[in-house]
Design a binder for this molecule. Structure first.
Ligand code: NAG
Ligand code: NAG
Ligand code: NAG
Ligand code: NAG
Ligand code: NAG
Length: 571
């Protein structure tokens, strides 16, 4: 195509003989510029064409597209939209007060812990889903006045990590930080040389205080040792403030990774900081299984349909996929290219350093190339640490996830292409520790924009992205207190100090109202991310006649036909 263009221009200008050398030099320069531009602004066509070989998509009117949709190195319009780029926000700081023991929890733990009541918890899912289970397990033990046994980690989930609790988390720290709240032991006591057998059961999702008293307590009184299995999101989002604060104490203070994980994590953070003062961490979920499961279509044609379709067959109970519907509902993870364009539209220049936390990316380098072109300073665990350094972690998915968790947590800006467990947990954590920016794509809105991008200028595109992303940037007042999933919105643990509040009132209102979001996505009580396990909430069970509000059901009798299905998305 380049030679075509050159021929064309030579034809136009050949009568100005004396100008030929000058003009060819200019055209050569233009050509080089053009090539550079098309490299740095990877033809942001409909993401549907993402994996079409680049030269094909550029044959038609490439020139107009490049001139219309040209991604600038830095978008100067951003300042006008008052987007907070890195770190410090204009908004008042909040102080966290979950560390202070709450009044009603000041009773001595010895006085409330009943002898002969032991709660055993088996968590489920990937590292972050298990984190919610561990957090809620402590609160459940407190509700039941029981002694908690250090939770059992899920070693059989999709992520297949054989590590036990104390290989991921500092168990002694966990026990001692919570010693005023709940009695925690490492192992069940033995009776006559044998450990007492636990009574296994499950509780419904979002079980509240009363639900635990009705369902679990009688078994605990009768059997003394109860094991709650598949324990994740099994505690209501709405609880007494004191219990919510306990949740925060567990999640943000008692759960600490083991020393080797923390040391390696800090090493990675320091290496990122050596490269640049600020860095963005991107949690990119774009694994083949993930894409197959979500039923989305990324424009790879028959090849993609065949590849992902074959993986999809693994889950017999999945509905026939309807990629358009998934996308419309914001359930498709953004492609690496889309994330890159979103970030550039939000004003992050091409010089910004990005740390990418990700598993195996579908079609690997081919898929990552457009993102790398937008952000050439691209790092990952594998590029900033040696194989030897990673060796103690690399065959354990949860330890690797823990390293990414640390680097993402410490980042100046955390961005995800999805709304899974890690995104939610880190969003909550970053709110709790002072509102560091967490960018989550407003996928429902952005998807149309990505479909339309060929028809608009970069300026129009970028401005729309900025509009749609309001309320999805981790601002302090994005979500109303009490709304959303607790681990994602721990508002009960965050209180504004009065001075900051005053300052805030004197500040011009940012978007004209206190709560930025009125968009449906963050308003949902349900997690946005497709997570088949979510369907097992109380409503679902009620509809299926399993949970009718009064009867006690032994959940062991309800085994999932497709256990892997539930774990697929549980990162
Ligand atoms: C736990 O102990 C407290 C304080 O003694 C008591 O009020 C509460 O009813 C007990 N709850 C259970 C489930 O035993
Ligand atoms: C956890 O695993 C380590 C290493 O395999 C082992 O030494 C330790 O006893 C295990 N802890 C528990 C509580 O099973
Ligand atoms: C960032 O990327 C640019 C372009 O590849 C490169 O010139 C520059 O040296 C990189 N900076 C660092 C600190 O790696
Ligand atoms: C996308 O294009 C269609 C048709 O041109 C238009 O109706 C729609 O409003 C556009 N969407 C956005 C987000 O610009
Ligand atoms: C709930 O289920 C139990 C046992 O299946 C049944 O005895 C009871 O009548 C049901 N209650 C309601 C309100 O449907």
């Amino acid at each position: 195509m380049a030679s075509q263009r050159r021929r064309h221009h030579h034809y136009h200008h050949h009568r100005f003989h004396y100008l030929v050398p000058v003009i060819s030099a200019i055209f050569a320069a233009l050509l080089i510029l053009f090539c550079l531009l098309s490299f740095f602004a990877p033809s942001p066509v409909d993401p549907g064409h993402l994996r079409r070989p680049r030269h094909q998509s550029e044959t038609v009117d490439a020139t107009t597209r490049v001139s219309v949709f040209r991604v600038p190195v830095r978008d100067s319009a951003v300042a006008a939209d008052r987007i907070v780029m890195f770190g410090a926000r204009e908004m008042p700081n909040s102080i966290t007060d979950a560390v202070k023991p709450a009044r009603s929890l000041q009773v001595q733990v010895e006085d409330i812990t009943q002898p002969n009541r032991y709660l055993v918890i088996a968590t489920s899912g990937g590292l972050n889903q298990q984190r919610t289970g561990i957090t809620d397990a402590v609160v459940a033990a407190r509700i039941l006045n029981a002694t908690l046994v250090i939770p059992k980690l899920d070693q059989k989930s999709f992520w297949k990590d054989a590590s036990n609790f104390s290989e991921i988390f500092d168990a002694d720290w966990f026990i001692s930080v919570l010693s005023k709240d709940v009695k925690i032991i490492k192992q069940l006591p033995r009776k006559g040389g044998k450990t007492v057998a636990a009574y296994h059961m499950r509780v419904p999702r979002k079980c509240n205080e009363r639900c635990y008293q009705i369902r679990v307590l009688p078994n605990l009184l009768k059997r003394h040792v109860v094991q709650l299995s598949k324990f994740d999101y099994r505690l209501s989002n709405k609880l007494d403030t004191d219990l919510q604060k306990l949740r925060c104490r567990v999640n943000y203070h008692a759960l600490r990774f083991t020393d080797p994980i923390r040391e390696m994590g800090e090493k990675l953070v320091n290496r990122m900081r050596l490269r640049s003062k600020h860095y963005i961490a991107l949690h990119l979920r774009f694994e083949p299984d993930m894409l197959a499961f979500s039923g989305c279509y990324y424009g790879g044609g028959d090849k993609e349909r065949k590849e992902l379709g074959a993986i999809r067959k693994r889950w017999k109970t999945l509905h026939i996929s309807n990629p358009d519907k998934e996308r419309r509902h914001g359930k498709c993870p953004l492609t690496p290219q889309e994330v890159g364009l979103m970030l550039r539209a939000l004003g992050y220049g091409s010089d910004v350093h990005i740390y990418v936390a990700s598993g195996e990316v579908y079609r690997g380098e081919e898929t990552l190339a457009p993102l790398k072109a937008l952000f050439p300073n691209f790092s990952s665990k594998e590029t900033i640490a040696t194989k030897e350094e990673l060796e103690p972690f690399s065959s354990f998915s949860s330890r690797m996830a823990a390293l990414d968790f640390i680097v993402c947590d410490e980042s100046d800006v955390f961005v995800t292409n999805n709304n899974g467990n890690m995104a939610r947990i880190l969003a909550g954590r970053r709110k709790y520790f002072g509102h560091k920016p967490t960018i989550r794509p407003n996928a429902k809105k952005l998807y149309r924009l990505f479909l339309n991008q060929t028809t608009m200028t970069w300026e129009a595109f970028a401005s729309k992205v900025r509009t749609y992303q309001r309320g999805f940037m981790g601002e302090p007042n994005e979500v109303r207190p009490g709304r959303g999933e607790f681990h994602e919105n721990p508002s009960a643990c965050i209180c504004e100090d009065s001075e900051a509040k005053k300052k805030k009132e004197s500040l011009p209102r940012k978007y004209g109202k206190d709560v930025i979001v009125s968009d449906d996505q963050n308003d949902d009580d349900e997690p946005e991310w497709p997570d088949p396990d979510d369907e097992e909430d109380q409503k679902g069970l009620q509809e299926r006649g399993i949970y009718n509000g009064t009867s006690l059901v032994d959940y062991d009798s309800i085994t999932s036909e497709e256990p892997e299905l539930e774990e697929m998305l549980s990162d």
